[in-house]
Design a protein. Sequence first.
Lengths: 153, 122
Amino acid sequence: MTCQLTDLKNALVEASTEVISMFGLSCSFVKESEEKSLNSGEDINVVIGLSNGLKGNILAGFPKSAALKIVSGMMGGTELSDVDDMVKSGLGEFTNMMSGNAIIRLKSDKLIELSPPTLASGEDMFVMISRAPARKLFFKLGDTEFNIAYCIE
Amino acid sequence: MLDQIKILIIDDSEIVHKMAQKTLNMVGFKQVDYAPGGKAALEMINNTDYNLISCDITMPEMDGIETVTKILEKKPDQKIIMLTAMGQADYVIKSKELGIKHYLLKPFTPEQLIKTIKEALE
């Protein structure tokens, strides 16, 4: 099966909303944009590489508010105020779970391998993973938001 | 007695240990240790006999399949579950070939984790 961009988009949208819901949260897909490169400029950015059955990258971007909300949900509602190592670990794991969930939906004949997540975080952060044209999915998460960019080689 | 049972969670993401520990503590499992990867886990099992080990698949340096293979070389009767976001058939098959009978996908509900842990311990 040759994975089309549309297939991956749909899989990422469905996976994101399902995984978020497992933590007692609700998100909705807002829009998709075309990007000239695979990039993210949020407070915390997580990249996962795809290889073997599907080559490309997934890059998730989270403002601090979304990061705390998601990881708080993962920890059963624990109040969090700082993006510390545990929050970063949580976001890496959330992106891992979401990507793994998306990959299963593609029903690929060949094994699609995911790399462990890599994080880049800080103020005024801008990360560009690839100059290849990419697409970015925007999600609303209550009063905050996050995005997931992706590209296929 | 559940509080005498020793469980080891192997995962490069510490939050998975925290999530699992919280759930398992609530039902009576008191010793839930953490290894951030395969190398650390192999050292820990030298010093402690764990009733059950939970292992992720996607980890840097040494993935879960290699980790489990090396654990079973040291302790062939070790009870292990795979706790992973990787649900593709190839990984399930590889795990079964190693003799792993229990495979739980992340994200998991507390009920799913408890059920899988208890079944694996039987």
